[in-house]
Design a protein around this ligand. Structure first.
Ligand SMILES: NC(=O)c1ccc[n+]([C@@H]2O[C@H](COP(=O)([O-])OP(=O)(O)OC[C@H]3O[C@@H](n4cnc5c(N)ncnc54)[C@H](O)[C@@H]3O)[C@@H](O)[C@H]2O)c1
Length: 372
């Protein structure tokens, strides 16, 4: 694919995104002139070693996975930054999936009250979602992203070649966010590319030498998802208005599923894909999601092999699920917020959880009794 570059303004910060085939090369000026620390995990360390001067730059290697998205990891990065001699003008480079970019981003936000931040995103989910838009943080008390900060990276590199080693389940996780973005943006070209990419994806041939056509589709889908998210975040960088919340399509249902299944059991994308179907059902029940739209979204999601039925087999018991859903409302002044597909885009609805009609609809959706 040809290199694509975006320049976004998130609040007062200019953030550039570089999407291309290869890992950062010497001409890409990954480090600038600052003293740098690279943060990665045990699965992405091998990629860091292939960066320019990759064996010379101090590197903090964290354990892999959501379980490592903790304060201890942040502390580890802060200590490594201090040991490496980073000052106020230092640079932290997070190289990995969403866990690493969230942790590295948060450490950069608080180390000496904020140092420079660059990211090299190495998972599909990281590219199309986590590394763009400035949200950083870590999990606490079993609650995902309970602590964090808005701290956009000045540069984000997305080398497609890094995806060659990504496990199938992580591909699937990222594709859910791609589908979600196409739905909320009502982007017909994206939907068509998602369809044409599917056969290659399911065939599992996306290694470094994968077919040109498939690589073009993939490059297109990543670029469009980045552009759509970036433009939405520019309009509402700290999610104080309505716009940025639209990116949470499927997430209220999905987060509650992730929490009730136990953090780390399902991937973020698996939970989001399931949540988007539930959002279609809720939107349909409220007269906001047209039947044809709901059917098309369900077909698209099912064609990628996600578990879509309710109740979800990993959900645990129904009470646990509803407790997790109720927990979500703490963040929103006692109200439950859902984003549902609506007229070629999406709409935010805020609901009083004590509303009995709504409770009945919600129960039937989660029980699997609601059919559109
Ligand atoms: N900040 C945001 O706006 C935002 C948005 C969405 C999700 N997130 C966060 O992102 C996280 C999920 O991101 P993720 O799915 O990338 O998870 P992850 O970082 O845990 O990566 C998934 C797995 O893939 C491995 N991996 C990463 N790159 C690889 C590569 N190139 N080859 C082989 N293995 C590789 C990782 O080590 C890990 O085991 C969650 O914590 C979520 O909260 C943040």
């Amino acid at each position: 694919m040809t290199k694509t570059e975006y320049r976004f303004t998130f609040g007062t910060v200019e953030s550039r995104v570089y999407i291309g085939e290869k890992l950062p090369a010497p001409g890409d000026d990954l480090y600038g002139t600052s003293k740098a620390l690279v943060v990665c995990d045990t699965n992405t360390e091998y990629l860091v070693r292939r960066f320019p001067k990759g064996r010379e730059i101090p590197c903090c290697v964290l354990p892999a996975g959501e379980e490592a998205k903790t304060w201890e990891s942040v502390e580890h990065v802060l200590e490594a930054a201090y040991t490496a001699g980073l000052g106020r003008d230092g640079l932290i480079i997070g190289a990995g999936g969403g866990v690493i970019t969230d942790i590295a981003g948060f450490a950069a936000a608080i180390y000496m009250r904020g140092v420079r931040l660059r990211l090299v995103s190495t998972t599909l989910l990281g590219m199309v979602d986590a590394s763009v838009g400035g949200k950083t943080g870590f999990d606490l008390l079993g609650v995902k992203n309970l602590a964090g900060a808005f701290y956009p990276a000045e540069a984000v590199y997305m080398p497609l070649e890094s995806l060659a080693t990504l496990p199938h389940r992580e591909w699937k996780s990222g594709m859910a966010e791609v589908i979600k973005t196409a739905v909320l943006a009502g982007d017909r070209e994206m939907v068509s590319r998602i369809r044409s990419f599917r056969d290659v994806y399911l065939g599992g041939i996306l290694d470094a030498g994968g077919r040109d056509e498939a690589r073009n589709d993939l490059g297109y889908l990543i670029s469009r998802a980045v552009e759509i998210k970036g433009r939405i975040v520019e309009e509402d960088p700290k999610e104080t208005g309505e716009r940025r919340a639209l990116l949470n399509l499927g997430h209220t249902f999905g987060h509650a599923l992730e929490a009730s299944a136990g953090l780390g059991r399902l991937t973020h994308g698996e939970a989001v894909a399931w949540g988007v179907i539930r959002a279609c059902e809720l939107g349909h029940a409220l007269g906001l999601t047209a039947l044809e739209q709901a059917l098309e979204i369900r077909e698209l999601i099912q064609s990628y092999g996600y578990t879509t039925e309710a109740p979800h087999p990993a959900m645990g018991n129904m009470d646990g699920y509803f407790r997790a859903l109720e927990g979500d409302k703490k963040k929103k002044a006692g109200r439950l917020v859902f984003i549902v597909p609506a007229k070629r885009s999406a709409e935010k609805i805020t609901i009083d959880p004590e509303d009995l009609r709504f409770r009945a609809v919600l129960r039937s959706i989660i029980n699997g009794d609601y059919h559109f």
